[in-house]
Write a protein that binds this ligand. Sequence first.
Ligand code: CO
Length: 213
Amino acid sequence: MSVYRKLFQNNKIWRENKQSINADYFKDLSEGQRPEILYIGCSDSRVTAEEMTGIKPGQMFVHRNIANLIPNNDPNSAAVIEYAITHLKVKHVVVCGHYKCGGVKAAMEAKDLGILNSWLRNIRDVYRLHKDELNQINDEEAKYMRLVELNVQEQCLNIIKTATLQRAYLKTGFPTVHGWVFDLHSGAIKDLRIDFEKMLTEIREIYDLGTVK
Ligand code: CO
């Protein structure tokens, strides 16, 4: 059986399993979602948002794109952030990158990738911002890993720059922003322990949108 055909067979088994534990499972699921977490990660097929965190349907709002980017003028991620924070009132926003990210690797190479160029330029911008640190790393693999981490950090900053985040956090104390890196070699999630409060203070020196007094 092809992988494609197997999807439907898997779905049937999954449905039956859920219903055998709770006959109302899908009825309950259809009544609404109350996720406390917004997860923004890479589209990479090896980095599963739900499976690696053990989260259940209804508990995590998920957005994935190549190299987990939140470009300043991207209406797609902006809408996700607005909906998750303002309407779903999530308590945590997670940006999850991963080592061995093909998007980050591509941005480190001198290659014209057509329509991907403008998307990957966001990562080259991260490189430029952190050029001094990155250029001191001689080992290419170590440099690649560090760029993955710095990219996550910069995307966290891009979220903190938004009026949506600033308004919600200053009024309610939520959500807080977290930066993670998934390590494909070990399966471990590494919390980069970004200093959210410090980032917010620094960002508001320049990106204060006057949304809350
Ligand atoms: Co990736």
